[in-house]
Design a protein around this ligand. Structure first.
Ligand code: PLP
Length: 284
């Protein structure tokens, strides 16, 4: 495959990064994953806006604007085979000869991007939905979960916790008992036709799929949407639970721990939401 590293496109085997890179030593960097289907990206501008925002919060400046990112990502689609490709972008603070915690002066950010094959785009069809079983757990990550940091150990450990329990994701709750998100997804619950999701804060990633879904539903439906605290009780009382992420879009959850969600089948509100998402996701 062809990858991008610091201004050049090259075969993946030729891409080399120093072990002194702060991305490797400290996890000092930001990443993005942007899905595309048949050459069209979903949510390209908001993905890049979140990347720029994260980099600004860490005072990392790769000196690339939206048009530059567009050129890099389009080139990766052109140079790599496949109709369904996501582009992974990682920007670290760069390479320094000393392992000092403080930000080194005058180092150049390391910019890496590559394309990888993803599943075909999810379809709004109950019988074709990929469904999930999840477990619950206490959110033990740091207090800057709004930053899409490459320091993913907290998320990796929570994901593994779910996986080791035979589930495919984990719903995390903060010390006040409020739902934050999953290890790699945002979470929505539906009760009596009303959709709710936790409000944005330092406790969760501002997911682009979450953003697109909220925007699309507000524009194209009259479904009531609440951004509010969600308790464990709300989760167990929900008629439907969904996980959202760039690769999953909107994925129904059928089991939480030993509890069956709603009727135990993919819900009607999911169908309506995924239909609208599929129709309008390239507009935003
Ligand atoms: N929350 C976490 C912790 C994630 O890692 C991700 C994405 O991988 C998401 C939420 C969903 O974000 P997005 O919809 O931008 O893919």
């Amino acid at each position: 495959s062809i990858v991008y590293l610091n201004g050049d496109f090259m075969p993946a085997e030729q891409a080399k990064i120093s072990p002194m890179d702060r991305g490797f030593l400290f996890g000092d960097g930001i990443y993005e994953v942007i899905p595309s289907y048949n050459g069209r990206f979903v949510g390209f501008a908001p993905h890049i806006a979140r990347l720029q925002d994260g980099l600004a919060q860490l005072s990392i400046d790769p000196a690339l604007n939206l048009a530059d990112w567009q050129a890099i990502c389009k080139q990766l689609l052109a140079d790599n085979a496949g109709d369904n490709l996501a582009v992974y972008i990682q920007v670290s603070r760069g390479t320094d000869s000393k392992r000092n915690h403080a930000f080194p002066a005058n180092i150049k950010a390391t910019v890496f991007a590559y394309a990888f094959a993803i599943a075909p785009e999810p379809v709004a069809d109950k019988s074709k939905a990929t469904t999930y079983n999840v477990v619950t757990g206490q959110d033990l990550r740091w207090q800057r979960c709004h930053i899409k940091s490459t320091s993913l150990l907290g998320n990796v450990l929570h994901y593994q916790q779910g996986y080791a329990s035979g589930a495919q994701e984990i719903l995390l709750f903060d010390s006040n008992g409020n739902l934050t998100e999953g290890a790699a997804v945002n979470v929505f619950v539906v009760k009596n036709g009303v959709i709710a999701t936790p409000p944005l804060s330092n406790k969760l990633l501002p997911g682009i799929t979450r953003l697109l879904l909220l925007t699309i539903l507000r524009k194209h439906s009259s479904i009531t949407i609440e951004e509010r605290d969600i308790s464990e009780q709300d989760v167990f009382a929900a008629d439907e639970i969904w996980l959202t992420s760039s690769s999953k879009e909107i994925a129904p959850v059928l089991k939480v721990n030993e509890h069956t969600v709603g009727t135990g089948e993919v819900g009607d509100v999911w169908l309506a939401a995924q239909k609208l998402f599929s129709r309008h996701k390239y507009d935003e």
